[in-house]
Design a binder for this molecule. Structure first.
Ligand SMILES: [Zn+2]
Length: 439
């Protein structure tokens, strides 16, 4: 009962006058009379998340059955808009790149929740045991493309937003719930737009990519590079007259293989890596010595590794192969958003780590402990997230928490545990309460 006091003060503080309360803070609504649970706000949030679970599952199924490949998210954005309207978000708008931003509360402090709502393609249909875009609920999971990566996070966010609204928990904060676009193609581009063009600069951002209900506070960065070398073509019948660009680029590729062994290691994020992902060449004909060749390179960056360092290392690898004249470039991402906008950016996605004792991580850990009554696992992602722009480029701290396990991302028969959806929506609401000192 003692926990009711801060909740009630929050109730008075935040309710907007334009609409009647959707929820009257009666004890019975928190389950105190129906169960023997101690009647706290955290129990109330859990109970509500459980009661709302069917609806959260339905939202996720609606999102899954609306395909949304990168650059083609318009239809799923409309589904999200409909659900945010039903949850009575205070404001819902779509920006020039096509991100949807739902707002709850109008306090002076801003915290954002982010879910990218594009997905990768389904891949080989034969690897799926069902139609990836006809979601099903079976064995305690929601199955379908995007259920883990990461429409589950979006569904949980919408239900959390509804709870914040109904329980009037925004308090001192403005909470933004962002459904972001094009992440699978160019992680963080959406947030470059939100930060630079929409002037959205939250205290921190909760990235709701799958964490298996762990708290994540970092990831290795990444970048792409292209190394090119010229040659001299001649007739294939007399190769000694030419200068074979494929032989040259092959020697560079083998130096890059060796470079991978020398890259930096960080105890939290792990080792930086580099690998060649594509080799191309050109020649006047298949009976001619090639006059140019190139390698595409995937580089994963650990703590302390920057774009400048990574480019220099590839130049050095080329020099070790004997070709200081090779050129190294970071390519641009220049695809068109579904709104028609082009917002080009370099394919450089910097490393980020939020310190374990940062306010965002501390708030997340405390909210977790109160809602789940156990210690959270604090970890990192293996894959890349929008944190590369939010934190890596723009230095806004990120903390991660999401339903589903990242090992199922981009995999056939992708599935998200139903109870993760309940727990994630409870956690997001609890984090808001924690930030307001109400939990
Ligand atoms: Zn993802």
């Amino acid at each position: 009962m003692s926990r009711m006091t801060p909740f009630c003060s929050l109730y008075r503080m935040g309710r907007r006058s334009k609409e009647p309360p959707l929820y009257s803070p009666q004890i019975k609504d928190f389950g105190g009379k129906e169960t023997n649970e101690v009647n706290t706000l955290s129990n109330g949030i859990k109970k509500r998340a459980a009661e709302r679970l069917d609806d959260t599952v339905r939202i996720l199924c609606d999102l899954v059955r609306t395909p949304s490949f990168s650059g083609n998210e318009r239809n799923v954005i409309e589904v999200i808009r409909r659900e945010m309207e039903a949850a009575r978000f205070d404001e819902i708008r779509v920006d020039g790149l096509g991100n949807i931003i739902g707002r709850i509360g109008s306090g002076s402090r801003v915290v954002a929740f982010d879910a990218h709502i594009d997905t990768v393609q389904a891949g080989a249909r034969g690897l799926w045991s069902f139609d990836p875009f006809t979601p099903k609920v079976e064995d305690g999971k929601v199955w379908g493309r995007g259920s883990v990566d990461q429409k589950g996070g979006m569904a949980a966010m919408i239900s959390a937003g509804r709870m914040l609204n109904e329980l009037d928990m925004a308090g001192d904060f403005t909470f933004l719930f962002v459904g972001s676009v094009m992440e699978e193609d160019c992680d963080g581009l959406c947030w470059q737009y939100l930060i630079r063009e929409e002037n959205i600069r939250p205290e921190f951002v909760v990235v709701t990519e799958p964490t298996d209900l762990k708290i994540h506070r970092g990831q290795r960065g990444r970048m792409e590079m292209e190394v090119k070398i010229g040659g001299r073509s001649c007739h294939g019948s007399a190769p000694e007259r030419g200068d074979n660009a494929i032989y040259k680029i092959s020697r560079i590729a083998l130096e890059i293989e060796k470079l991978n062994e020398r890259l930096a290691f960080d105890p939290f994020l792990g080792k930086g890596t580099v690998t060649v992902t594509q080799a191309t060449s050109s020649s006047p004909s298949l009976c001619a010595v090639p006059d140019a060749a190139a390698l595409w390179i995937d580089r994963r960056l650990t703590t302390g590794e920057t774009k400048e360092i990574a480019v220099r290392e590839i130049q050095d690898a080329a020099a070790r192969a004997g070709y200081s004249d090779a050129t190294v470039a970071v390519p641009m991402y220049e695809e068109t958003a579904y709104t028609g906008l082009k917002y080009p950016t370099e394919k450089y996605y910097p490393t980020w780590t939020t310190p374990a004792d940062a306010p965002s991580v501390t708030a997340a850990v405390n909210a977790f402990k109160k809602i789940f009554t156990r210690e959270p696992v604090v970890d990192k992602w293996t894959f890349s997230t929008n944190g590369v722009a939010i934190s890596g480029l723009h230095k806004i701290p990120c903390v991660g928490f999401g339903p589903g396990n990242e090992v199922f991302a981009h995999a056939p028969n992708e599935a998200c545990p139903v109870e993760h959806l309940r727990d994630a929506s409870a956690f997001y609401a609890a984090l808001a309460a924690q930030l307001n000192g109400a939990l």
